[in-house]
Design a binder for this molecule. Structure first.
Ligand code: AHR
Length: 493
C-alpha cells in the first residue's frame, strides 16, 4: 500500500448539502445528562438562567447546536408528558426505571425543554412515547405544544406560555425493537403508521416525523419500514454505537493503549458499511430520496467509569473519541444525499459527551473540540472526495488510516476535514484541487501526547485545538502532513 494518502477535491462537481442537523445533540433524562449537568434549578448557587447552568449553555453555544433531541432514548418510551407541566411542586416524582432506578423529579418538562432549546438556539426534536403510551397521548402532547387555540393551548397559556412553540421534529417512538416495546418490524411499522396518522401540525406549520429505525446492521427492519410505512414518515432513524468487544460495553473509556485504540476505531469504521447497506435498501423503495436517514444515536459506548452508577453511562472522553467523531463526521459527508440528521449520544455527562460536569465544575471534552472545529461544515456543500489511503493495522484490526471530507462553506471558503487514525505515524496527504481557486490555506489541529490524552478539571486544555502549519498549496495541490492520532480542519481561501 502507498505510504501517502491521495485524492482529488471535486469543487467542480459539488454534491449535496452537508445538513447542519448532522450536528444534532441528544439530551436524555439519564444520569447527570439533564439534572446536574444542564439543569440545576433557579435556586442553585451555580450561575444559571431559568435553572440551566450558564457555563454549560455558554460552551454548547460555541457548537451552534442546530437541533436538540429530548427526552430520550429509552426514557422517552415511558415518559408521560402531563407529569412534566404545571407548578413544579405539584409534579409527581417518578422512578427512572430504565436508568438507574433513581427519582425523576419532572422538574424539566415540556416548558423547560423549550427554554433550553431557546437558550441553545436549537430546533426542537421530541421523541414521543410509543412504548407504553397511546396515539392519543402523543397527539395531545403535539397539540399542547403547537396549537394556537383550544383547551390544551389554554392549559399551555395557564402554565406560562401563550404562543405555540415550533416543533420541527417528532420521533415516533425510540428503539421499538428494544426498550421501546420489543416489537417485530412488521408490527412496529404498522404502529408507526397508526401514530403518524394522529400527529397533526396546525395549518401553516409542518412537523417532520422520524420513525424509530433499525439497530446497527438490521437492514430487514429498514426494508420493512420502507415497504410498509414510508408514506407516513419523513425520516427513518438508525442507531449505531461504536462498541468494541460486543454487548455489554466492556472496554475502558480512558485506561487503554494501542489495542483499545485500534479496536474502537475499527468498530466505528463500520458506520461506513452500515450506511452503504441501509441507504441501498432505502434507494430501492425511495429513489427520489424523499425519506431521509436520521442516525439519531451514534458514538462511543464503553464500560462505565469505575465508581459510577452503571445506569448513568458515565465515561471519560479522550483523544480516541475525538478521532472517532471526526471519522464519523467525514463518513456522513459520503451519504449526505440521504443522511440529513444525526445525533451523537449524548450532549452532557452521558456516553460520548461534549462537556463533563462535577458539581460547579465543567470541562470541554476532546469530542467537543471536534464539533467546534466542524462548525464551518454546517450547511456547506459537499465536495466529492475519494481518498486512496494506506491502512492502519494493529493485531487483527485493519482500517483506513486517513479519512477526509470537504465542503464549500456557506461563507464561500472551502473546508477540508482530515483524520489520521494511525497513533504513531505521520502520514502525507496529497489532494488534487479541481475547480478550486484558493490561494492560501490555514487550519487547526487536535491531537494529544498519548492515545488516551484527555482533559480534566485540573488540566482542561490538555487536548485542545492548536494552529496547524502542516498544510500548503503547491503545484495546484493541497499537501498536508497529517500528524499521528489527529483531527485537522483546513480552510482554503
Ligand atoms: O443513549 C443511551 C441509550 O441508547 C438510549 O436511551 C437508547 O435509545 C439507546 O439504546
Amino acid at each position: 500500500t502507498a505510504q501517502e494518502a491521495s485524492g482529488t477535491i471535486r469543487a467542480d462537481t459539488p454534491g449535496p448539502v452537508y445538513n447542519r442537523r448532522i450536528f444534532t445533540q441528544f439530551a436524555e433524562h439519564l444520569g447527570y445528562g439533564i439534572y446536574g449537568g444542564l439543569y440545576v434549578g433557579e435556586d442553585s448557587p451555580i450561575p444559571n438562567v431559568s435553572g440551566f447552568r450558564s457555563d454549560v449553555i455558554g460552551a454548547l453555544r460555541e457548537l451552534r447546536v442546530p437541533v436538540l433531541r429530548w427526552p430520550g432514548g429509552c426514557f422517552a418510551d415511558e415518559y408521560n408528558w402531563r407529569e412534566g407541566i404545571g407548578p413544579k411542586e405539584d409534579r409527581p416524582v417518578k422512578i427512572n426505571t430504565h436508568w438507574g432506578g433513581v427519582e425523576e423529579p419532572n422538574a424539566v418538562g415540556t416548558h423547560e425543554f423549550f427554554e433550553l432549546a431557546r437558550q441553545l438556539g436549537a430546533e426542537a426534536f421530541i421523541s414521543g412515547n410509543v412504548g407504553n403510551g397511546t396515539p392519543r397521548e402523543s397527539a395531545e402532547w403535539v397539540e399542547y405544544i403547537t396549537s394556537p387555540a383550544g383547551s390544551l393551548a389554554q392549559m399551555r397559556a395557564a402554565n406560562g406560555r401563550q404562543e405555540p412553540w415550533n416543533l420541527e421534529f417528532f420521533g415516533i417512538g425510540n428503539e421499538l425493537w428494544g426498550c421501546g416495546g420489543h416489537m417485530r418490524a412488521q408490527y412496529a411499522a404498522d404502529v408507526t403508521r397508526r401514530f403518524s396518522t394522529f400527529i397533526k401540525a396546525p395549518a401553516g406549520t409542518t412537523i417532520t416525523k422520524i420513525a424509530a429505525g433499525a439497530n446497527s446492521g438490521d437492514t430487514e427492519w429498514t426494508r420493512v419500514f420502507m415497504d410498509v410505512a414510508r408514506d407516513h414518515i419523513d425520516g427513518l432513524s438508525l442507531h449505531y454505537y461504536s462498541i468494541a468487544g460486543g454487548w455489554p460495553p466492556s472496554i475502558s473509556a480512558t485506561d487503554f493503549a494501542e489495542e483499545g485504540w485500534a479496536q474502537q476505531l475499527s468498530a466505528t469504521w463500520q458506520m461506513d458499511r452500515l450506511l452503504a447497506e441501509h441507504t441501498a435498501v432505502m434507494d430501492e423503495y425511495d429513489p427520489e430520496k424523499r425519506v431521509f436517514l436520521a442516525v439519531d444515536e451514534w458514538g462511543a459506548w464503553y464500560a462505565p467509569d469505575p465508581g459510577t452508577n452503571p445506569g448513568f453511562l458515565q465515561q471519560g472522553n479522550t483523544l480516541r473519541d475525538a478521532v472517532l467523531a471526526g471519522i464519523n463526521l467525514n463518513i456522513f459527508a459520503r451519504y449526505a444525499d440521504r443522511v440529513k440528521l444525526t445525533a451523537i449520544a449524548q450532549m452532557v455527562n452521558v456516553l460520548q459527551a461534549m462537556v463533563i460536569t462535577d458539581g460547579p465544575q465543567m470541562v470541554r471534552t476532546p469530542t467537543f473540540h471536534v464539533f467546534a472545529m466542524y462548525v464551518p461544515f454546517q450547511d456547506g456543500t459537499v465536495l466529492p472526495l475519494e481518498l486512496d489511503t494506506p491502512d492502519y493495522t494493529f493485531g487483527p484490526y485493519t482500517m483506513p488510516a486517513v479519512s477526509a471530507a470537504a465542503v464549500r462553506g456557506t461563507d464561500g471558503n472551502i473546508y477540508v476535514a482530515l483524520t489520521n487514525g494511525d497513533p504513531a505515524r505521520s502520514i502525507p496527504v496529497s489532494l488534487g484541487l479541481a475547480g478550486v481557486t484558493a490561494r492560501s490555506v490555514s487550519g487547526q489541529v487536535l491531537t494529544g501526547d498519548a492515545v488516551n490524552a484527555r482533559n480534566s478539571f485540573a488540566n482542561p486544555d490538555a487536548v485542545a485545538p492548536a494552529p496547524f502549519g502542516g498544510a500548503r498549496l503547491a503545484g495546484g495541490r493541497l499537501e498536508v502532513a497529517m500528524p499521528a492520532r489527529s483531527v485537522v480542519m483546513l480552510k482554503l481561501d
